[in-house]
Design a protein. Sequence first.
Length: 242
Amino acid sequence: MTRVLVVDDEPQILRALRINLLARRYEVAVAPDGAAALRQAADWRPDLVVLDLGLPDIDGIDVIHGLRGWTSIPIVVLSGRASGADKVNALDAGADDYVTKPFGIDELLARIRAVTRRTAFHAAELARIRIGDHVIDLTRKTVSGGVRLTPTEWQLVEILLRNPGKLISQRRLLTEIWGTGYVKESHYLRQYMAQLRKKLERDPARPVHLLTEPGMGYRFQPRENAPGTDRWAAAYEKGQDS
């Protein structure tokens, strides 16, 4: 049963959404403000959040940032803010969809179903990501062949694998994994990328999946027939600041 957390400071909206979602066999929890929403999300682990932006204690955008710090569950914003800038800010913060008030319950339920379907499809994709001879399941945190990754290695590889083909900057990786005080510690990334290549790549000296963009960041290349082997970048990792 899909678990939905509804966050809104209007009691009538909480009540109406709870009744309608329960009638459609969703499991429902409610929160009247941002602090309660973050606590409820951490304790109850919902599958989806319906979130108002105009909360009495914490702005909804900050709630989105707080959730995105540890989870990728879908977030559907339900807000009276109808400007294009508000929608862009919410989507850029990590929301998956945006519905403005006043709203039709049928439209909101359709948006919830659509986001849930997309998430289920994406989760199936994340369950079988191949690197060399290994299959990584990001949903269960497992690697085939008995390979064990440390918590930090999991953080690093998950960011890369969730963004296939996309260059992820050193600054972003260092900030998300170690915090803003570590943005100059690029040697951390070299060390952990070398460890990941030893565990996952067929030839760690000639990686074809976990690639370096010298001076910029790293990229996960999902195809076996990736152009080039990043041989120079692997050598660069050993003795220079990437």
